[in-house]
Ligand binder design. Structure first.
Ligand code: CA
Length: 230
């Protein structure tokens, strides 16, 4: 059963989320502050985090930043819970490595659908091709362990960044459009903009230096992985 950590301080929303997530068969833990949330994450194993942005102590963006900088937590999908008027926080949050967001007041059905997409991603890498380890110079992409290393150092990629890299690197020389990439990496159901892809690509590039040069921007199309000698 998937284990979900809800980091949210409003009691009504805590109750609503706990009830609905449990009904879907998830194991739910609720933390009311950012610090409690991080503490909980380091104590247990979680498959997904629902993260409120406005918390009484650290804000959600900081929690996101801390998670993504921690190799043990970097791969856990994060869905942000944001209030209306927090558009700049949404862009910032995606930039920090959150995978998706819903705006309060959200529809429970929509949130559950998004959670399903994010949880499904852990197991659907088969859809992206065989689980073959890819090595391009000192960049190693291991789809079984969902791990990327650059010169043997683990790159702390989010699952979305991992899928993006794995997909592009599996099809070198082919340019893909932004919406096409969203489909391939399992973002097809989320109401995202093509800008989301740019944010993911920017983050990905910053984490795989010097091999960021392999991900080429193709003007008017999207992105392509270079055809390079292995
Ligand atoms: Ca709040």
């Amino acid at each position: 059963m998937p284990r979900i950590l809800v980091i949210e301080d409003e009691p009504d929303i805590q109750t609503l989320l706990r009830f609905n997530l449990q009904r879907e068969g998830h194991v739910v833990t609720v933390a009311g502050t950012g610090n409690d949330g991080l503490h909980e994450l380091r104590r247990g194993h979680y498959d997904l985090v629902l993260l409120d942005l406005m918390l009484p102590d650290r804000d959600g963006l900081e929690v996101c930043r801390v998670m993504r900088a921690d190799a043990g937590l970097a791969g856990i999908p994060i869905i942000m819970l944001t209030a209306k008027g927090e558009e700049s926080d949404i862009v910032l949050g995606l930039g920090l490595g959150a995978d998706d967001y819903v705006t309060k007041p959200f529809r429970v059905k929509e949130l559950m659908a998004r959670i399903k997409v994010r949880l499904g991603r852990v197991d659907d890498s088969e859809a992206l091709g065989p689980k073959k380890r890819l090595q391009i110079q000192n960049l190693v992409i291991d789809p079984v362990r969902h791990r990327v290393t650059v010169s043997e150092e683990v790159a702390p990629l989010t699952l979305t960044e991992f899928k993006l890299l794995h997909f592009l690197a599996s099809h070198p020389g082919i340019a893909y459009g932004r919406y096409d990439l969203l489909d391939r990496i399992g973002d097809g159901e989320a109401a995202v903009t093509d800008r989301t892809v740019d944010v993911h690509v920017r983050n990905l590039r910053s984490k795989i230096k010097p091999y960021d040069r392999f991900i080429e921007t193709v003007r008017g199309v999207g992105y392509r992985f270079s055809e390079v000698e292995a």
